[in-house]
Design a protein around this ligand. Structure first.
Ligand code: GN1
Ligand code: MG
Length: 272
């Protein structure tokens, strides 16, 4: 463990190592350094997980999922390549996203600075990923676990709002139907705050930015994919990804108009 710990960027000098006996598979150790910083090291059980490299490459393959800074990078690459000659058609959408880069990346920096804690998050909390009981209509469980990873609580809040508090379908072509339903926003905020009593004051303050960021990022991902030739998201019709991008950007704009109302609702429902 002494040797292993030096492979990680720890704060201070490791002073103490204590085995934590609660797991059955991997060996778990708590390392404390002279600054009081605490780290968990695990010795992976090679009988159960013979291919440790595969575990690690899986982790690194999914780690930048809701990394909006990285998403902007991919967006810029798609613009530069303009692989399908679609750029001219989407100039207003490109401009819209570029104007919002600073605000769109704010959460990412709050995560990096430690202002917001990293949690285990689902990252794809649209309502069709909740299994409902056919009779009672009550939620049974969350499904679609391919994107479960470390993330921000407000990603899960935000993605649920992006999808579930919109007045229109994700691929609606009549943009006049797309807006944020503030009553649904209120109901979800209340439920989320009740179900997550351990949220910090900073996380609660960031809820609406979570909704904004997830919507913006999703719109950018759809537009990136449209520019790249619809390789990532499956489509059922021509310009399907462009339609999806446009609904998300319309929702972003609506959130900007409703920003003060959203803040008031968060204060009323989550700061009691
Ligand atoms: C994808 O696979 P599905 O439909 O649950 C995407 C999400 C997007 C969502 C948009 C792995 O989710 O990130 O928010 O589409 N999943 C992946 O509807 O990229
Ligand atoms: Mg999914």
């Amino acid at each position: 463990m002494k040797e292993a710990i030096y492979h990680f960027p720890v704060e201070g000098k490791p002073r103490h190592c204590e085995q934590i006996k609660s797991g059955h598979i991997n060996e778990t150790y708590l390392i404390t350094t002279d600054t009081g910083a605490r780290y968990i090291l695990q010795w992976i059980n090679r009988y159960v997980f013979p291919n440790v490299e595969a575990i690690m490459s899986n982790m690194s393959a999914i780690s930048h999922f809701h990394d909006t800074v990285d998403r902007y990078c991919q967006f810029r690459q798609a613009i530069a390549a303009d692989a399908c000659g679609r750029l001219n058609e989407v100039r207003p959408e490109v401009e819209f996203l570029m104007e919002r880069e600073e605000k769109g990346c704010r959460l990412h920096h709050m995560r990096e600075s430690g202002e917001l804690p990293t949690r285990v998050t689902h990252n794809d909390t649209k309502i069709n990923n909740v299994l409902l009981d056919a009779d009672s209509r009550k939620a049974l469980c969350v499904i679609d676990l391919d994107t479960v990873m470390p993330g921000l609580s407000v990603f899960d809040f935000g993605d649920a709002i992006r999808f579930g508090a919109s007045t229109a379908a994700e691929d609606e072509t009549d943009l006049s139907k797309v807006s944020l339903d503030l009553e649904l926003f209120r109901a979800f905020t209340r439920g989320f705050a009740e179900a997550c009593p351990a949220l910090t004051a900073e996380e609660i303050d960031a809820l609406q930015l979570g909704a904004y960021t997830m919507t913006l990022e999703c719109g950018m991902r759809f537009l990136t994919d449209y520019l790249n030739g619809d390789k990532y998201f499956s489509i059922d019709r021509e310009k399907h990804n462009l339609d999806r991008a446009r609904t998300q950007l319309r929702l972003v704009r609506d959130m900007e108009h409703k920003w003060d109302d959203m803040a008031r609702i968060v204060a009323e429902e989550a700061k009691k």
